[in-house]
Ligand binder design. Sequence first.
Ligand code: ATP
Length: 478
Amino acid sequence: MGDKKKKTAEPDLMQKIVGLCKRRGFVFQSSEIYGGLKSAYDYGPLGVELKRNVMAEWWRSMVHEREDVVGLDASIIMSPKVWQASGHVGGFSDPLVDCKVCKCRFRADKAPQVEVGTEVTFRAGGKTQTGIAERGYVCPECGSPELSEEREFNLLFKTNLGPVDTGDSTVYLRPETAQAMFVNFLNVQSTYRLRPPFGIAQQGKSFRNEITVEHFIFRSCEFEQMEMEYFCPPEEAPKWLDYWKQERFDWYVNLGCKKENLRLRAHEEDELAHYADGCYDVEYKYPWGWDELEGIANRTNYDLKKHQEASGKKLTYFDPVRENPETGKMGVHYLPYVIEPAAGATRTVLMFLLDAYDEEPPSEGRKEGRVVLRLHPRLAPIKVAVLPLVKKDEWLTGKAREIVKAFLKNGVNAFYDEKDAIGRRYARQDEAGTPFCITVDGQTKEDGTVTIRYRDDMRQDRIKLEEAVDIVNKKMRE
Ligand code: ATP
């Protein structure tokens, strides 16, 4: 692994994001009034909009703007046989280790790596101690090499179907959305008359009993995924892996993620899942270092094959215009290969918040600095805030409310705000990532114009009231 996933201490930026999320209603700790539930999060008014926008953009680019991908919305609870066949019941586990010094429990594959046999320094009982690393990694909390044996821990969430736990009613919450696409492969293919290459896309909740939950919403036990299984003839798989890795990388860039904070990393042989024949991670430069955002893998025909074997149902596709290599005649049944771009929606929300966060110091014309979320207008929770300059002037407040209605009617999420001085209202919107503010003032009464203020450079233009919706809509499409 070397420095592939080098970790550093959690720096300030994460604390700032967590603070902003709570203060402004992006993300709250779950069950907070009861002391909070570890690793569970609730998305507040701004957070739910941001998450929905991320997911809508993904759906738009993966399904609506393409002819070769269709959607699916499957049940979270599936037959336990699905998870036995996929290998999740038997093998979906992480190597778990306890630190003998600080007692923390962690995943061996995510721990800081050190060369076997080297001397390491760590803190124990308030003193600095040394020890020899025998395992190739040390405790992520205290740095100690004194560790328990590795134990396997299954990540599936178990529950039971029906009111009485009879022992054979065990079911699992899905740990990934992908398997529903495999077991529905022929249902979707035949009802929609699809011919490979084609994809099935799904978004939704997944659950993993993660041993280490970390970095706020980066890794939680309940999270949301955006996955697509692209079924193709086996010989085309390398080409489509190449294609999808680039498509997915570009998707983040097109939504404003800074290119220098993103990279594509090919998995090395020893990292590949046993069923995969090639895999790339889209990685982001988080405050703690480069880490996964999305994986794009060639899953071969592994999953279809496993489900075919376990269910006893044929899952092959019949291609009438493909040559049968055995007979030399046209027409062959085969199991397609699958390229899977698998992204986390909640992890992507965190990434966009981190990437968009900016602090501007006070400048010549401005006494106070500002915090601004430079979110892409299509991702911004509120697209436009409409502000009457003076709260006491009923004509201004009435007009501003009218403008809000006009935006809402056009499907643009607008927000009315009359509280506090105009500068403070702008500052609140900058922090929420609102790309446009429209201010209604005395001049509006005279000539029907309003001020539009742009979040990023704080430029202000005078525009005609009737043009406001069109101008904002146009900017959203850029
Ligand atoms: P990691 O190595 O970070 O545990 P993974 O390789 O197990 O992730 P996949 O099984 O490939 O992840 O899942 C696809 C995507 O789902 C990941 O790239 C990530 O964005 C998201 N994801 C997976 N597990 C979690 C989690 N516990 N919390 C939030 N998002 C997750």
